[in-house]
Design a protein around this ligand. Structure first.
Ligand SMILES: Cc1cc2nc3c(=O)[nH]c(=O)nc-3n(C[C@H](O)[C@H](O)[C@H](O)COP(=O)(O)O)c2cc1C
Length: 373
């Protein structure tokens, strides 16, 4: 029977599945529900020092369906970070750690670009007994207007500085949550790890417009007749998330061995999660999947990951973590490998005779070159 337990940055989790920051971790009641259902950990909804500045609108979600009334494949939100007062959150963190001392609770925090603000929020949350921090450098809507969220995550120098401030005041794990709204995710990842983050979480949502309503001619979600680009999540973003997690995993292996990686974006099945692990993630977070399927999704995730591991004879997650990274190469390398494989096949089957190719229409010049090496 496969052991799903993982140890990451000193934290011990019964399985690699963590609730991603957002509505599924929006207060103590739902976080307790997640723990009761068996989630390996929870990243709470992002908090800041002054929640009175956080004003949400309704509607703030729009969904992409495979066809009318069918499966949700993508989800756009223009929801901000938590609008609940920090004092309320601190009480809830304290109470949660009292009731669930062995469960992993990560506080997600976001602040303006001021050292005193980051130090204060981290110190106040740390006092409650939370197990670690996720620094939200990645919310793509609303907060960038105040130079917060992805506005900070798109500036590696700022990232490095802020991670250093946070590292200076806590020994707990610190994960920098990165934005995908950037050309090369290695750059902010390198800056965050260089600044002292113990790990990376990737990815947050992708800046998007869900669509334009063809009756009203207004973009959606429509608030008082207007809209604004929001964050896209759900299974539609999984291929992009996998690519970015792979890039972070490579960076960590090459330059920051031992640092951690939490992968997220569109996970809804144990097989989805296995793919993030195969590309180097230590843990896998789920946000939109829980909004669609509920907290009991964890049972399916555990069952399917376990079945995957049994099929391949893996007894622990560490045995296959990052296994598939070695099979990602460059396009030029694929061209060479394909040519070599075809040439080998021809040699094996005797198609290359007396130095002359048979079936030449299939043979390119580069294949001949590789075969004759
Ligand atoms: C409605 C909604 C609210 C979110 N709020 C937050 C947030 O407060 N902080 C944060 O770091 N990420 C937030 N996220 C981003 C998710 O944590 C996650 O990075 C992203 O949605 C991709 O993962 P998923 O496809 O599993 O949702 C939110 C996502 C959604 C859909």
């Amino acid at each position: 029977m496969a052991n799903l337990g993982v140890k990451v940055d000193g934290l011990v989790l019964p399985n690699p599945f963590i609730i991603g920051s957002g509505p599924p971790g929006t207060n103590a009641n739902v976080i307790a529900k997640a723990f009761d259902e068996g989630w390996g950990g929870v990243v709470a909804k992002t908090v800041c020092l002054d929640a009175s500045k956080i004003v949400n609108v309704t509607p703030r979600y729009a969904r992409m369906r495979a066809s009318e009334h069918k499966e949700i494949i993508g989800w756009e939100n223009i929801e901000l970070i938590s609008d609940r007062p920090l004092e309320t959150w601190l009480d809830e963190f304290r109470e949660l750690k009292r009731r669930y001392p062995d469960h992993v609770l990560i506080a997600s925090v976001m602040e303006e670009y001021r050292r005193d603000a980051w130090v204060e929020i981290v110190e106040r949350c740390a006092e409650t007994g939370v197990d670690g921090f996720e620094l939200n450098f990645s919310c793509p809507h609303g907060l960038p207007e105040r130079r917060m969220g992805s506005a900070m995550g798109q500036d590696p120098a700022i990232l490095e500085e802020v991670c250093g401030w946070v590292r200076g005041v806590t020994d707990k794990p610190v994960w920098a949550k990165l934005t995908p709204n950037i050309m090369h995710i290695e750059e902010p990842a390198r800056a965050a790890l260089g600044g002292g983050a113990t790990g990376i979480s990737a990815i947050n949502t992708i800046l998007s417009i869900m669509g334009v309503n063809l009756d009203t001619l207004r973009p959606e979600p429509t608030v008082a007749g207007y809209s604004t680009p929001g964050g896209y999540s759900g299974k539609a973003i999984r291929p992009i998330a996998l690519r970015m997690v792979m890039e972070c995993a490579r960076l960590i292996r090459a330059e920051f061995p031992g640092r951690s990686l939490s992968g997220l974006g569109g996970v809804e099945t144990g097989g989805d999660a296995a793919q993030f692990l195969l590309l180097g993630a230590n843990t896998v977070q789920v946000c939109t999947g829980v909004m669609i399927h509920g907290y009991s999704l964890i049972h399916r995730l555990r069952r399917e990951l376990s079945a995957f591991m049994d099929t391949h004879g893996f007894t622990s997650v560490d045995e296959f973590r990052g296994y598939s990274l070695k099979y990602l190469s460059t396009h030029a390398d694929l061209v060479d490998r394909q040519a070599a494989a075809k040439a080998q096949s021809r040699r094996d089957h005797g198609i290359l005779q007396d130095g002359h190719w048979i079936g030449d229409e299939l043979v390119t010049q580069s294949e001949k070159l590789v075969a004759n090496r």
